[in-house]
Design a protein around this ligand. Structure first.
Ligand SMILES: Cc1cc2nc3c(=O)[nH]c(=O)nc-3n(C[C@H](O)[C@H](O)[C@H](O)COP(=O)(O)OP(=O)(O)OC[C@H]3O[C@@H](n4cnc5c(N)ncnc54)[C@H](O)[C@@H]3O)c2cc1C
Length: 455
């Protein structure tokens, strides 16, 4: 008899797990309470990139006007954008991708169950369908891939309906003239970049002293400076004391007595697993504020139950979720795989783009490793100058003694694509001299990496 496996959640953690399980011969069912494809496809990675691409095209128009000096023939301005059409483009992209995913599941003959799953006993889930009817299913193994929801910490919690978040911002009925974003993490910055590009006045409020917590200070400075040049205003180290909504502008009163006002406020203060009603107590699963506890094989304290993706809180990224899903699938089917978080690329899809992998200088030094860094700016790279993409740099981190590549931070250009070259170098523990043997095509943005290797 094939192993019976239930996957809960069809986001980038759940669906690759189901596909891999099927490939390995399991009898697999996937349960989804909401939209197939999860946060990533419906309210996250994909719609935000569709928005960002619209914004980037506007930004490119502005750049063209500047490059052609008097801007003759380039008569577009952000105010000419139709917000309804921007939203419609995003919806088209989602429908296309969701349709392909659903077809793939049909083709692979994977059972898709619509409903909300909850563990009701060991080896058993109860699924409540959209019509309210319940059904019990037994399993040999289960993968929980239930994701996260936007967090609304106090005092924002009491104003959930009056403020927006990363789920609802995609459907704002009207484009606001001004937007205040609470949170200077990746999600907050990507929305800041997009809304600024399409002509909205954007301010970002961050509790910490800088954006992109944990990122190298050279990277955050470059991104901050670029955003500020385009008119985004940052407020750091300030806590919100109270909130006023109502007709007209919405107001945040800060603990230092100052006030920030905007037509719309987007709370991007992180994400957290919503584990209520999942029946975790029925199995005595262990969880904390970050999510369901797992080992590096993605196994919970209950050996036949695995938890992958955002729900375990290890790395709130779609590609981590997918890798963890595949690892759980393989381990259920007798494999022995562990999640290696040292080579997870961390990307910001704004402009300038950011891609970082492995250790930065501070992280290496915190581990007691003596490092050397080398940096090359795009200003000196032919392709960058020819295409007016001179913002940013490639920064490489090497072990001081034998020059093994430990990490890289890329800002600007196609950083989110180029970072894979560096992920390979970190994974294979390549040394500087080996990376230098690669021939870098000319003219390319990758030459910034080559240039840094000469330093
Ligand atoms: C605006 C935004 C932009 C982002 N951009 C990026 C990006 O560019 N790159 C990147 O790597 N990451 C990005 N992320 C993060 C990424 O979306 C998540 O890391 C990823 O979706 C996590 O995948 P998951 O499968 O763990 O969870 P999810 O994608 O959240 O999927 C979980 C699914 O489980 C379902 N579910 C929950 N409970 C149940 C239940 N009881 N029964 C049945 N189904 C259930 C949910 O309905 C959901 O469909 C972004 C996030 C946001 C919000």
């Amino acid at each position: 008899m094939p192993k019976k496996v239930i996957v809960i959640g069809s986001g980038p953690g759940g669906y690759p797990a189901a596909l891999r399980l099927k490939e390995l011969g399991a009898d697999v069912s996937i349960v989804e309470a909401w939209d197939f494809g999860g946060t990533c496809l419906n309210r996250g990675c994909i719609p935000s990139k569709a928005f960002l691409d619209t914004g980037h095209r506007v930004h490119a128009f502005e750049g063209l006007r500047r490059l052609l000096k008097d801007g003759s023939g380039v008569n577009f301005s952000p105010e000419m954008l139709d917000w309804e059409k921007v939203k419609a483009r995003r919806a088209d992209v989602i429908l296309k991708l969701r349709g392909s995913l659903e077809k793939l599941f049909q083709a692979k003959k994977i059972e898709v169950i619509r409903g909300r799953a909850s563990f009701s006993a060991h080896h058993e889930v109860t699924i409540t369908g959209p019509d309210g009817k319940t059904e019990k299913r037994t399993f040999d193994a289960a993968i929980l891939a239930a994701g996260t929801r936007p967090s609304f910490p106090p005092p924002f919690r009491d104003f959930h309906a009056e403020l927006t978040d990363s789920d609802r911002v995609f459907d704002l009925p009207k484009l606001p003239k001004s937007l205040l974003i609470v949170g200077g993490g990746v999600i907050g910055l990507e929305f800041a970049c997009f809304f600024n590009a399409i002509g909205v006045k954007v301010e970002v409020l961050e509790l910490l002293p800088d954006i992109l917590a944990g990122e190298d200070p050279q990277v955050t400075r470059a991104v901050r400076t670029s955003f500020e040049k385009r008119g985004v205003k940052f407020h750091f180290g300030k806590k919100t004391a109270s909130i006023k909504t109502g007709p007209g502008l919405k107001t945040l009163e800060l603990e230092d007595g100052s006030k920030l006002q905007a037509e719309e406020i987007l709370v991007g203060a992180g994400r957290a697993a919503d584990l209520t009603g999942m029946g975790l107590e029925a199995l005595s699963l262990a969880w904390d504020r970050r999510g369901v506890k797992v080992n590096d094989r993605m196994q919970t304290v209950v050996p036949e139950v695995y938890a992958v993706g955002d729900v375990n809180g290890l790395s709130l990224l779609a590609h981590s979720a997918s890798r963890q899903g595949e690892i759980a699938a393989e381990n259920i089917m007798g494999g022995d795989q562990a999640f290696d978080d040292s080579i997870v690329p961390k990307c910001v899809y704004a402009w300038p783009e950011v891609g970082s992998v492995g250790l930065n200088k501070a992280q290496a030094e915190a581990k007691g490793i003596t490092v050397k860094t080398a940096r090359a700016f795009y200003l000196g790279i032919g392709k960058a100058v020819a295409t007016d993409e001179t913002e940013g740099f490639a920064q490489l981190v090497f072990k001081a003694d034998d020059e093994t590549v430990l990490g890289a931070q890329l800002v600007g250009g196609p950083a989110t694509e180029l970072i894979h070259l560096m992920a390979l170098a970190v994974k294979l523990k390549l040394r500087k001299k080996e990376l230098r043997q690669i021939i870098y095509a000319h003219p390319t943005m990758a030459e910034a990496v080559h240039e840094a290797l000469q330093r």
